[in-house]
Unconditional design. Structure first.
Lengths: 404, 385
């Protein structure tokens, strides 16, 4: 073959080309949406994803989406690490009502969603799994919108703290639910018991080790923004990789890492370095892929259940927040904004649950038919809600004409 | 509108303190923007005198009531500190003293949304945001307007003392400024900063004020950013050159020193105001800002150069009988010891920076110190530079 140095057709899919294209397409979409409508850029990323994905031009095939998984994992790792870094246990000690609020709003949103779905005839196993997923607010959406606005203040911080709390709770519930579902499929009793234990303890241990290495190396490197940036970024990516290799949870391991960096650093060895530039890059890809996973057809198929899910979830969360934040000294008007801040939800929990149940595909597709319609709606209106809440609370860093 | 310039007389040995405080986040210890929520919570939970907003959303101002004794003032300031710290912790915030934040960027500041502050931003532009600096004001009661002007001109000679004793703004925007108090350089940029006119009768002063107001140079006394300014509605003279110290203890000591000085001048009238004081004023002020206790000032009364440290120790010992009368002997002795040992807040901050290497650690440890926690590195007012 004299021309063997030439590429052969069909051309192989290149992860690098894919990453770059997702990045640029997402960014342009975000910028367009922002310039035309002044909506959050995230909405643009999601719309671009929908355009390129299953609901649109179908350019992002399942094969390409599989390749993109590694970027999604890194992005999720960065989000969860950042969220963990925002969860300050000292705050929970000084304001125990914040923790109580988080626990109660999680419990109430679970209960309301479960009963609402059950009322519409959803099988309890699926209703419980869907409700557990619905407990979590999307950390990525909250974080990204807050950052885009340069928001700072009580509503921003409390939304992030509650998001961290309800994400942990949701994850633990989903993990427990998985084992329960396994038992429905008559798995061995030790799988039922050991799998969630392995996921929880293993992920926490991974986070702990990462934090320990971070502290030791930071001490040696000395305090310099550049050193700590490289160190943390490297460790985040390694932790994401290890979580995958050990079949642990990326979400939980990185959340644990972040929480420990903030709370198990008695000697203040680690600087609170700003990693937003790198994070933003992955977040764009994350939301484009998220958008590509959304199916408009789901929305049409499950509109009643979606409405029930969204309304029940909002009522549950709001009830918890409105009744309990008063004890934290949050003003009533601001409490209402906090409720709106907790609305965003994204589809990754569903994707994760589906992949965890890969050996029972019929479970995944049935669960999807119940919650994905709601996800489409919440992934699109969530960013608007949190943006409105933070602006209205006067916490946006951009000074509006009236001075707020 | 003659009323506003009517001098409300007050007892000659009274004092009150205002402190501008920094609000920090607990993540990287940069300035936060939560003044509004903090004020709201403090008002809701405890009654601790007046707590007010200041020009940017990262500042609050706390006020003591009127005191005749150092010990009651200190007790009240500690109470206010604890109440504000407690509220701050519930909001995951920190509060700290110090004349400047070590590394905040002024471009990131936002003006507190009241009409007056918005007007100041409109008028002064970027200077308004750079005005995110934190001072201690000491009010001294005066029986009459003439007394107030006399005291003001007497205290002008001692402005460098208060600068050197309170200096706690060595860092600005992430850099060591080489000054002990860099805060006053920011104040000097304002067109109406400086000193009161050299007049001695209250009537003349009121005439000066009305002339300025008729020409629309000022609207009220508040528009003068002088180092020392009479406050007719309180019946006080207000010293405004001090950085907010790193502890309420030092704030109270400085108030006791000012009170003893006022008592000395108003009860004995030892000398007459001298125009030469203002001839050397800017030079002396600069020496105190730049070098703190090691600064050399020119004394208008003796026409001699003298080191500030020595000048302060001499004055403190001269005030001993007045301190005894006011019940502040122990306080002035404590202050004397601090001066002799060259223990200053600016020195403490530089030592912390040298030991930890980042400005974030400086901000964290200075707030530990203010909030009354064990800062864990150095004794309070630790030695340094």
């Amino acid at each position: 073959m004299p021309l063997s140095f030439l590429p052969t057709l069909p051309l192989p899919a290149s992860p690098l080309v894919l990453f770059g294209v997702l990045l640029i397409a997402g960014h342009i979409g975000g910028e367009l949406v922002y310039r035309i409508t002044s909506l959050p850029r995230i909405t643009g990323y999601v719309l671009v994803g929908m355009l390129l994905g299953a609901s649109g031009l179908k350019l992002l095939t399942p094969e390409l989406m599989g390749i993109a998984n590694v970027f999604v994992d890194i992005a999720l790792g960065l989000v969860l690490f950042e969220l963990g870094r925002r969860l300050d246990f000292k705050w929970l000690r000084h304001d125990p009502w914040l923790l109580v609020t988080g626990l109660v709003e999680s419990a109430l949103s679970f209960g309301f969603v479960f009963f609402a779905l059950a009322y519409f005839g959803v099988d309890p196993v699926y209703a419980a799994a869907a409700a557990a997923i619905g407990v979590a607010t999307s950390p990525a959406i909250v974080l990204l919108v807050a950052r885009e606005l340069g928001a700072e203040g009580q509503i921003t911080e409390r939304t992030l703290a509650l998001t961290a709390i309800n994400s942990v709770i949701s994850f633990v519930m989903v993990t427990m639910m998985l084992s329960w579902i396994h038992s429905q499929y008559r798995a061995n009793w030790y799988t039922v018991f050991l799998h969630p234990v392995y996921l929880l303890l293993g992920s926490a241990a991974l986070g702990f080790v990462a934090n320990h290495i971070a502290k030791v190396l930071a001490r040696w490197l000395r305090k310099h923004e550049r050193h700590h940036f490289m160190l943390l970024l490297g460790l985040i990516i390694i932790t994401v990789g290890c979580a995958t290799v050990f079949k642990l949870s990326v979400v939980l391991a990185l959340l644990a890492f972040g929480v420990m960096v903030r709370n198990l650093d008695e000697r203040h060895d680690l600087m609170a370095v700003d990693m937003s530039q790198v994070e933003e890059m992955f977040f764009v890809v994350l939301f484009v892929v998220g958008g590509a996973n959304l199916h408009i057809s789901d929305l049409l198929a499950g509109s009643v259940l979606a409405a029930a899910f969204i309304i029940a979830r909002f009522i549950g969360k709001s009830l918890g927040v409105l009744t309990l934040t008063w004890f934290s000294g949050v003003r009533r008007r601001h409490a209402a904004l906090l409720c709106m801040g907790l609305v965003p939800m994204s589809g990754f929990a569903v994707t994760m649950m589906q992949s965890a149940m890969a050996e029972h595909p019929e479970f995944g597709s049935k669960l999807g038919s119940i919650v994905l319609a709601a996800v489409v709606v919440l992934e699109l209106i969530g960013p608007l809600m949190i943006q409105f809440a933070l602006r209205r609370a006067g916490e946006s860093g951009v000074e509006l004409p009236d001075g707020r | 509108m003659a009323d506003e310039m009517e001098f409300g007389s007050s007892a000659g040995n009274t004092m009150g303190v205002e402190l501008e405080l920094q609000i920090l986040n607990t993540r990287d210890f940069n300035l936060a923007r939560d003044a509004d929520d903090l004020l709201d919570l403090v008002e809701k939970t405890e009654h601790v005198g007046a707590v007010k907003p200041e020009i940017t959303e990262s500042m609050i101002e706390v006020n003591s009531s009127i005191h005749e004794r150092h010990d009651t003032l200190l007790a009240e300031l500690r109470g206010i500190r604890d109440a504000v710290s407690g509220a701050a912790q519930r909001l995951n915030l920190r509060v700290t003293g110090g004349g400047s934040h070590p590394f905040h960027k002024w471009t990131e500041r936002r003006i507190y949304p009241t009409d007056r502050f918005k007007h100041l931003l409109d008028l002064y532009g970027y200077l308004a945001k750079q005005f995110t600096i934190f001072g201690q004001h000491i009010h001294l009661g005066c029986p009459s307007g003439d007394d107030a002007l006399y005291l003001l001109h007497m205290l002008s000679r001692y402005v460098p003392h208060f600068i050197a004793l309170s200096a706690s703004s060595p860092f600005q925007q992430g850099e060591d400024t080489a000054y002990q108090s860099s805060r006053l350089n920011t104040v000097s940029a304002f067109p109406l900063s400086g000193q009161a006119p050299f007049v001695h009768a209250w009537g003349d002063f009121a005439a000066y004020f009305h002339k300025m107001r008729d020409l629309q140079i000022v609207e009220s006394m508040k528009d003068f950013y002088w180092d020392i300014r009479p406050k007719p509605e309180y019946g006080t003279v207000e010293i405004r050159v001090l950085d907010t110290p790193l502890t309420v203890e030092r704030a109270a000591l400085l108030a006791a020193y000012a009170q003893a000085l006022a008592h000395y001048f108003l009860s004995t009238r030892p000398r007459e105001p001298l125009r030469d004081v203002y001839l050397f004023y800017s030079y002396n002020r600069f020496q105190a800002c730049r070098y703190g206790l090691s600064g050399i000032i020119a004394d208008a009364y003796t026409q001699q150069r003298v080191e500030l440290k020595q000048d302060i120790v001499t004055m403190l010992s001269q005030l001993a009988p007045h301190a005894q009368e006011l019940g502040s002997t122990a306080a002035l002795e404590e202050l004397t010891d601090l001066v002799r040992a060259q223990r200053t807040d600016a020195g403490w901050l530089r030592t912390v920076f040298a030991a930890h290497g980042t400005m974030n650690d400086v901000a964290r440890l200075q707030s530990d110190l203010w909030m009354g926690r064990d800062a864990g590195v150095l004794p309070v007012n630790g030695n340094g530079a």
